[in-house]
Write a protein that binds this ligand. Structure first.
Ligand SMILES: C[S@@+](CC[C@H](N)C(=O)[O-])C[C@H]1O[C@@H](n2cnc3c(N)ncnc32)[C@H](O)[C@@H]1O
Length: 240
């Protein structure tokens, strides 16, 4: 089965193909959110990829009392599982797109278990986590580094390093390239996705991620395949 990254309509609207434009700059309308389009906008597979993030972090030690920062949380595809699991005030999310955060709040409101959970959701494109005034046990960026360039990845890593607990873990998914500075596009088997060195959707090599991570004060472990339906691989950054 071939799996599209966005629906065809979304890809046109999102301006894919312009290397300077982040597809997620487009704000969804209230009508689009009411009809559930936000679920497709963040890549679809709402239940599958949402649950997968949740099960993955639990299998890597996430407990209800931990503080979790969901970087590029979007409309809470993962958050709808994390928020009811975590204790009140322990789920934090940051995203560039205000309409997706709004859609995420509406998704949470469908589940009565979330009534008093008070997740802290903020809009920013700078990964400025200090504004939350918290130290995080876990941070997660699912399908985010696949959409941002290496400068933004560097910024994100520096900001996460400052806000992560000394024994914290930052899990990141990425499309792996075979070598650094891999300029050739890479068609992703079994999907319609082609990844690029310098435009969205992006790929990075393990060496590049290790270098950036080390410069930001992390040691970097490749977890690799974790069952993602589009074959994004997983990395774990831990503070050194
Ligand atoms: C493919 S979606 C994934 C969303 C979410 N992590 C999930 O798994 O459903 C990518 C997300 O990254 C967000 N994003 C892109 N650039 C960003 C930036 N500079 N700062 C924060 N979020 C960003 C987008 O708005 C979008 O919500």
């Amino acid at each position: 089965m071939r799996i599209p990254l966005f629906g065809k309509r979304d890809r046109r609207k999102a301006g894919q193909g312009d290397p300077a434009e982040n597809a997620y700059a487009r704000q969804l309308s209230e009508t689009e959110i009411a009809s559930g389009e936000h679920r497709q906008f963040v890549g679809g597979m709402w239940d599958e990829i949402g649950l997968q993030q949740f099960e993955f972090l639990k299998s890597h030690g996430l407990l209800p009392g931990h503080r979790l920062m969901d970087i590029g949380c979007g409309c809470l595809r993962g958050g709808v599982h994390f928020v009811p699991y975590l204790e009140k005030g322990r789920y934090y999310g940051i995203d560039i797109n205000a309409s997706l955060i709004e859609a995420g709040r509406k998704e949470l409101a469908k589940d009565t278990r979330n009534k008093e959970k008070r997740p802290d959701l903020r809009v920013s494109d700078r990964f400025d986590l200090a504004q939350f005034g918290a130290e995080f046990d876990y941070a997660l960026a699912t399908s985010v580094f696949t959409h941002i360039n290496i400068n933004h990845i560097g910024r994100c890593l520096v900001e996460v390093r400052k806000a992560l607990a000394p024994k914290g873990k930052f899990f990141v998914t990425f499309f792996r390239a075979p070598a650094p500075l891999h300029l050739e596009p890479i068609p992703r088997a079994g999907t319609e996705i082609v990844t690029h060195f310098d435009r969205d959707p992006f790929h990075q090599s393990l060496r590049e991620m290790e270098m950036l991570g080390e410069l930001a004060g992390f040691s970097v472990e490749l977890i690799g395949a974790w069952g993602h339906p589009r074959a994004q691989e997983m990395l774990c950054f831990t503070p050194v």
